[in-house]
Design a protein around this ligand. Structure first.
Ligand code: SAM
Length: 423
């Protein structure tokens, strides 16, 4: 497929006919860019003032839109409400529901854009422009490529809405000679490939486009690349040299960025957002399998941020913390750090007081009663269908006031949350 449409946001007035050609490839055909943007904005104002459903169609009909056009416009209107979940002030942005679903959240996009900043960045899978908005703030020029004409059109609308003038949008296959020809020597490549809704093999070959094919096409031109892939991808199956950066947002693992070329800093890194704290190093497990025993009652337990667990940087984290700290892997996903002193570290999430440890199944009920427990949150791998049955079964014998957290580390581990994060 030939790369057909190139639109430079610095001369959008002159590029009107090019935008019309792009529109003609979508279900919005027959309309114009200003009319579509105005319709979304007007219908959004009506929706915000309480007008809903079918009542939103008649004003659009009066503006001359046909049913197929209205479906896309109304989808963008209804999606705008949710845009603010990903973009701090997203009420001026345009996304379809599908586009927003795949868009990089602003907080992650800003972090990545800072690492890629330079004279030119080529976003080879720009979608509806989520990442482009951030790249355009810190790089001199952004080439934004997408194979889908509607995505390119919506990305263009977002650039216009944010008055961005340093982006060139290219509708076409990123492997076509046109976008490849626009990449300048020494540029940075950003690629957030499409992925299957359910991953079977958890490997790069499921990504569209496959990052390795992007590397083959742009590798000789670009100084470095960043591939944004799901964090479940196994690094054992990544067969090119790269830094694996695991990013968590508000304590939840969000994404894995693979950096190559001059963007490579170290083998593994873990990043906390929004704070921006970074842990770098070489992967190597520091997990201690021995159970947490009763001797540790009264000590403190801390949940290690998932970006550290997934990047296998736990040993890096505890280096220099002293002998009073031990590390315990619980179920592959969770790691607890136990210490007889309070620890203040950004990569430690919640802090707990250890109330009981090594409790066997048969003693669990009496232990919970003795501790004055009333509510029990189960924090070990349990079938979601079983969760409430087990929890209510435990709680029916309890009449205390304490809310406890139940982990499994050898026997049961009963913890109480420290409200102040425990530091
Ligand atoms: C996950 S989305 C990108 C979202 C984007 N980062 C954002 O923040 O909005 C992946 C995009 O890759 C595009 N894509 C897939 N194969 C492509 C190809 N060969 N060339 C260009 N774009 C492609 C899809 O159309 C889709 O819009």
């Amino acid at each position: 497929m030939a790369a057909s449409y190139i639109i430079d946001t610095s001369s959008i007035e002159k590029e009107g006919s090019e935008a019309d050609r792009l529109i003609s490839l979508t279900s919005l055909q027959g309309s114009s860019l200003p009319a579509i943007m105005e319709a979304v904005d007007k219908a959004w104002k009506l929706a915000s003032s309480g007008v809903h459903g079918m009542a939103l169609r008649s004003p659009l009909e009066m503006m001359g839109f046909e049913h197929s056009q209205m479906d896309v416009i109304l989808d963008m209107v209804l999606t705008r409400k949710r845009t603010r979940q990903k973009y701090i002030d997203g009420s001026d942005l345009f996304f379809t529901s599908e586009g927003l679903r795949w868009a990089t959240p602003e907080i992650a996009a800003e972090h990545c854009a800072r690492r890629l900043a330079g004279p030119q960045v080529v976003d080879v899978t720009c979608g509806q422009g989520g990442q482009v908005l951030s790249l355009s703030k810190v790089s001199d020029r952004v080439i934004a490529v997408d194979i889908d004409p509607l995505n390119c059109l919506v990305a263009l609308m977002n650039c216009i809405s944010r008055k961005i003038s340093n982006v060139t949008i290219v509708n076409g296959d990123c492997f076509d000679h046109v976008p490849i020809g626009m990449a300048e020597e020494g540029c940075a490549i950003f690629c957030d490939p499409a992925r299957p809704p359910v991953s079977v093999r958890r490997e790069l070959s499921e990504m569209v486009p496959d990052p390795r094919k992007v590397l083959r096409s742009y590798g000789d031109i670009a100084a470095g690349s960043c591939f944004e892939v799901p964090p479940y991808i196994s690094m054992d199956k990544v067969d090119f040299r790269c830094e694996a950066e695991y990013v968590s947002i508000e304590g939840r693992l969000n994404r894995l960025n693979l950096y190559t070329g001059n963007l490579y800093v170290c083998e593994r890194s873990a990043v906390l957002l929004p704070g921006g704290e970074v842990l770098k190093g070489i992967p190597g497990s520091a997990l201690v399998d021995r159970p947490i025993t009763g001797e540790r009652v009264g000590c403190y337990a801390y949940e290690v941020d998932p970006s550290v667990v997934r990047s296998d940087l736990t040993s890096q984290l505890v280096a220099g913390m002293g002998e009073h700290v031990s590390v315990h892997g619980l179920d592959g996903r969770r790691v607890l750090l136990v210490s007889n002193e309070r620890i203040d570290h950004p990569f430690l999430k919640q802090g707990y007081r250890i109330l009981a440890a090594g409790v066997p199944d048969r003693d669990l009920n009496t232990t919970l009663i003795m501790l004055g427990a009333g509510k029990v949150t189960l924090r070990y791998g349990i079938d979601p269908e079983e969760y409430w049955k087990v929890r209510l079964g435990l709680e029916e014998n309890l009449n205390g006031r304490k809310k406890v957290q139940l982990f499994k580390a050898g026997g049961y581990l009963v913890l109480e949350k420290m409200e102040d994060r425990g530091i």
